[in-house]
Design a protein around this ligand. Sequence first.
Ligand SMILES: Cc1ncc(COP(=O)(O)O)c(C=O)c1O
Length: 340
Amino acid sequence: MDKELDWSHLSFGYIPTDYNVRCYYRDGKWGDIEVSQSETIDLHIAATCLHYGQEIFEGLKAFRGKDGKVRVFRLEENARRIIESAKGIMMEPVPVELFTEMVKKVVKLNERFVPPYGSGASLYIRPLEIGISAQVGVKPAKEYLFLILVSPVGPYFKEGFKPTNICIMREFDRVAPKGTGRWKVGGNYAASLEAGEKAHSLGYSAVLYLDPKEKKYLDECGPANFFAIKDGKYITPASESILPSITNKSLMQLARDMGIEVEARHIPIDELADIDEAAACGTAAVASPVGEIDDLDTGVKYVVSKDGQPGPVTTALYNKLRAIQLGEEEDVHGWNTIID
Ligand SMILES: Cc1ncc(COP(=O)(O)O)c(C=O)c1O
């Protein structure tokens, strides 16, 4: 970094930093943590990640707080989730302690890339695990590489916290009913690219996927979960084919703390006609309010935000979560890990 980055105008892209951290699983055990300045890896041409998609990842953020301290949000939850992803596609799980140590180390090593408080930007942390041993038959690898890279990312809402429109399209599924949707497996994202690009080309910010079995219930919203506010309740889809979002889990807790009832259950599409607010939620945006949901197959348009503004509950939840991440409000649930 020769000159100061323009923190508030960074996109959600890749900016090189000083270091990444790596650890190899070989001969039945995880080795020592290696610190690397290289942006590339050397891979066997028959590695299982290349041929059979043995690849899983995570996404979390570090924030510079009001007090100048660096906080990583819900580190342990991400450590637990990548273990589930590993088990899901027969990879070697990374122990929570190793994951934690490596996240702390990579953030500390790249501390100068943690954007300043007030910029709206953050340091995105991307843990990645791949099968690296050679295998030509369809079988799990015996050796794995777990690495973590980081990149500063700009504020999600550059033009302000405003609703965007999303769409329903039945011609695409990102996952199968009992497939890999509940894990953070790279292949799910490959399967979502065509639908995502089509939605963007039509002016929508994301696809609201339906359950892949019956196409009757709401599933999730591109790379984010979906929640709605209906009759004062926080409702969110319960489904076997969606990723258990850590942001959604956190917002559900905050909603309960505010005295709002939470229902995680099947949500039939028709119920969209009766909701008062909706948002896509995930690490990238926390909560991205939804203006309108257009069903492109039936032509029905569900207008969620009548005045073009985010709803009061979505706004309150968004502000509360951001304030906790930035150390402006007390972290009563112990969600932040302070890097010192
Ligand atoms: C498919 C999918 N669903 C939901 C989420 C939101 O999860 P989280 O809140 O843990 O970032 C993500 C992003 O991580 C995702 O890729």
